[in-house]
Design a protein around this ligand. Structure first.
Ligand code: UT7
Length: 313
């Protein structure tokens, strides 16, 4: 009994915000942003909510499946439309579905891997036969557009995968973890705290950077070991898209050559929980993965949280 990846979809808002646009907003330069991060532009919602983007990605992932048939919807997001109802419930309603179990998962940029783990575990319990797992974010709403150290990094978007319980093993292994003692290095306060509105992303980028590289490498190694695989067995590495220097350092330490590493952060920046499912969808649509290939997903984010997953597509 296993779980297979059936199909994927994604949604990016039309509005492009380039590094040159940001030069007019804060004291920064295209040169600084591209050399320090690899980001050239990002997409910004013009009114699309997180659940709007999540729903569009879900419809695309369900192109050959009726939305009414979906039995489980898990949305990973740090920027939900509301405290409640959950973004997953909003997606369910917009899909016209009335039967799915629906809830959100919060693990910042690692959210999609956490959500995938939850859905995979539920599908293996045999009670539920299929699932939509979505990563969706509208970070443009929680970024301080006067803070050059964070506003240049993030973008909006959503990605979705449709999974089914199956005889074959598609999702091969996970490695997940968290260390809450690092919480203050990357955070957004909310109403339960004693902080005052507005709530913005706060990050000690340099410190996050070093721990991100080390932790992603360790997690990727553990998941390969759990799946009894070597780095050279992997057809494509899809890392969380936060910083090209982090991605290159991780790939190098795993001995995965650049041509096997998927990068799209130049176009979208860091879309947090949406980054891996958007990249997975693009990789499949661009023909970078074919049936039977092994893909390694590796994420790191606020919490700190981390997670890796190996999938046979
Ligand atoms: O998604 C979850 C995980 N998140 C991450 O993984 C993000 C990890 N961190 C990073 O990607 C990088 O640390 C950043 C891209 C955020 C920053 O790059 P850095 O090489 O670590 O730069 P820094 O923070 O050490 O800053 C270097 C200099 C500073 O100036 P001084 O103090 O050297 O004079 C900053 O004030 O760059 C300055 N700076 C900027 N300059 C122009 C910071 N932001 C900007 C900016 N434009 N946008």
């Amino acid at each position: 009994m296993g779980v297979r990846l059936v199909s994927t979809g994604s949604c990016l808002p039309d509005k492009v915000l380039s590094n040159f646009d940001l030069e007019k907003m804060v004291d920064t330069s295209d040169h600084w942003i591209t050399t320090r991060t690899g980001i050239r532009e990002r997409r910004i919602s013009q009114g699309e909510t997180t659940s709007d983007m999540a729903t569009e990605a879900a419809f695309k992932a369900l192109s050959s499946t009726s939305p009414e048939e979906v039995e489980l919807i898990v949305v990973a997001t740090a920027t939900p439309d509301a405290f409640f109802p959950s973004t997953a419930c909003k997606v369910q309603s917009k899909l016209g579905n009335k039967r799915a179990v629906a809830f959100d998962v919060s693990a910042a940029c690692t959210g999609f891997i956490y959500a995938l783990y939850v859905a995979d575990s539920i599908l293996r319990s045999k009670d539920i036969k299929n699932a939509l797992v979505i990563g969706a974010e509208r970070f443009s709403k929680i970024v301080n557009w006067e803070d050059r150290s964070t506003c240049i990094l993030f973008g909006d978007g959503a990605g979705a995968v449709y999974l089914e319980a199956s005889e074959d093993e598609g999702i091969l292994a996970f490695d997940l973890g968290a260390d809450g003692s690092y919480g203050e290095l990357l955070s957004v306060p909310s109403v339960g705290s004693n902080e005052d509105f507005p709530f913005f992303v706060k990050m000690k980028g340099n410190e996050v950077f070093k721990i991100a590289v080390r932790t992603m490498v360790e997690s990727a190694k553990r998941v390969l070991e759990k799946a009894s695989l070597k780095a050279e067995d992997i057809s494509l590495l899809i890392p969380h898209q936060a910083n090209l220097r982090i991605i290159n350092a991780v790939a190098q330490r795993l001995n995965i050559p650049q041509e096997k590493v998927f990068v799209n952060l130049d176009k979208y920046g860091n879309t947090s929980a949406a980054s891996i499912p958007i990249a997975l969808d693009e990789a499949l649509r661009q023909g970078k993965l074919k049936k039977g290939d092994l893909v390694l997903l590796v994420a790191f984010g606020g919490g700190f949280t981390w997670g890796s997953c190996v999938i046979k597509v």
